[in-house]
Design a protein around this ligand. Sequence first.
Ligand SMILES: Nc1ncnc2c1ncn2[C@@H]1O[C@H](COP(=O)(O)OP(=O)(O)OP(=O)(O)O)[C@@H](O)[C@H]1O
Length: 192
Amino acid sequence: MAPGRIIFLNGTSSSGKSSIARELLDILDDGVFFHMAVDGFNAMRSKRELEAEELEAALRRTRMGFHRSIAAMAAAGNDIVVDHVLSEPWRLLDCLTVLRPEDVLFVGVHCPLDELVRRELARGDRPPGLAAHQYDRVHAHDDYDLECDTGAADPRECAQHIKDFLPRRPSPTAFTRLRRRHLTGSQEVLTA
Ligand SMILES: Nc1ncnc2c1ncn2[C@@H]1O[C@H](COP(=O)(O)OP(=O)(O)OP(=O)(O)O)[C@@H](O)[C@H]1O
């Protein structure tokens, strides 16, 4: 069975990832795509109050499970749109370890900081300052297949750009380049 394609959207909170993912599912007509968002996995966790250390461990397991669920869905032949915030280096390293790099179209979702702050305030369902905290962290690896600026384009335009680019995705992919740069030989074996 051919593995599914993975369109991996990475950006800060409020950068517009979920909006683009929704548009992508509307317009992608070649294949059957699933939107997998880290928010959705966080929402599955029980609501019991946890001590800081326990919460930290649970969050890490949630994200590791999320990464492996994407890999499992794609391995079964499903096409995936991933919506994630790579604000800690280990999150990208883990994705590089468990996802097939040649199947990933890595998309940087950018937005100017003043617009992020405006959106965060307007939506009111995110802690103030979250996007600013993530701003310098999420794109630190500095390599993508494709980038979009949601300060300049609406979600439908970004989605259309990604759809048009998908059949022309480069080889090697950004994930392949990043694996070579960041993973040791033994880690690379995992998805070889
Ligand atoms: N291109 C855009 N132009 C203007 N507003 C946008 C754009 N994209 C998203 N928004 C608005 O910004 C807010 C956040 O969008 P969205 O939920 O898609 O972001 P997100 O990156 O998925 O955030 P989070 O990671 O916090 O879930 C929403 O109110 C949305 O309507």
